[in-house]
Design a binder for this molecule. Structure first.
Ligand code: UDP
Length: 240
């Protein structure tokens, strides 16, 4: 039984580790658990508070996990026990590696043509059964043909890197045609995996300061991080 913690009207699942999440909720002994995985961070919780549409997207996901210290800290306080932080990029990479043994067919969607190609090459060299890939720069009119390509590939795991909320909107459309597959929105994960974008150095990560590193290297994120301050304020004043 996986514990869930409600933050601002969103239930987030508490796991001890990334591997526990994968074994209990994605690649179980009964095979792939179909559905939609969404990383939950303070930014999304604050966005959902102001936008019922984003709230419904988050609530419709079948798997919501804490993608950062902001969410896992609040969960830990409420549960009174350890809750693992599940960075989306680490979950994705681990899932890819764990898919090798059972040769689960994987489709990669999103990022630029060169990044998704590099991702495909790196994954196949690791033994992942990538049955298709496609960059994320297509129009609304082309969306249905992208969906058709995914269905035709027979993928059972589909990772979608289009940025939020576009990737989530795409996923909820696509899953109507592929109800037996697991979909995961992965943001900028392929960029990090192919070293086109640097992740925070270990020093920042172990101190749970990945957000500070991002802010320093990309000051334009200040606006987005304003939401983090709001989140902390809402937590302290019990508004979430
Ligand atoms: N991206 C895409 N198509 C678009 C816009 C973005 O494929 O029309 C890709 C972009 O190349 C990047 C990923 O979406 O690899 C995530 O972008 P971002 O870092 O802005 O999203 P976040 O992770 O912050 O949600």
């Amino acid at each position: 039984m996986i514990n869930k913690v409600n933050i601002g009207g969103i239930d987030v699942a508490a796991y001890q580790s990334i591997d526990e999440l994968i074994s209990s909720s994605i690649l179980t002994t009964q095979g792939i658990q179909p559905g939609v995985g969404i990383a939950i961070n303070p930014e999304k919780i604050m966005a959902a508070k102001n936008d019922p549409y984003i709230m419904s997207i988050l609530q419709n996901a079948t798997l919501r996990y804490p993608d950062g210290i902001g969410v896992s800290y609040v969960m830990q306080k409420r549960l009174g026990s350890k809750v693992a932080r599940i960075p989306g990029c680490e979950l994705w990479e681990r899932l890819m590696l764990r898919s090798v043994e059972q040769q689960i067919p994987v489709f990669l969607l999103g990022a630029t043509q060169s990044t998704v190609l590099q991702t495909y090459e790196k994954l196949t060299s690791l033994g992942v059964d990538v049955v298709g890939y496609k960059d994320g720069y297509f129009t609304k009119e082309q969306e249905q043909s992208v969906i058709d390509e995914i269905i035709k590939s027979g993928a059972k795991v589909v990772s979608v890197a289009l940025g939020s909320p576009r990737q989530e909107l795409f996923i909820f459309e696509c899953i109507k045609y592929a109800p037996d597959s697991f979909f995961m929105g992965v943001g900028g994960t392929y960029d990090v995996f192919t070293n086109n974008v640097k992740r925070a150095p270990l020093f920042f990560r172990t101190l749970n300061l990945e957000w500070l590193f991002r802010l320093l290297s990309q000051p334009s994120r200040l606006f987005r991080q304003g939401n983090l301050l709001k989140y902390i304020y809402y937590y302290l004043t019990k508004k979430i």
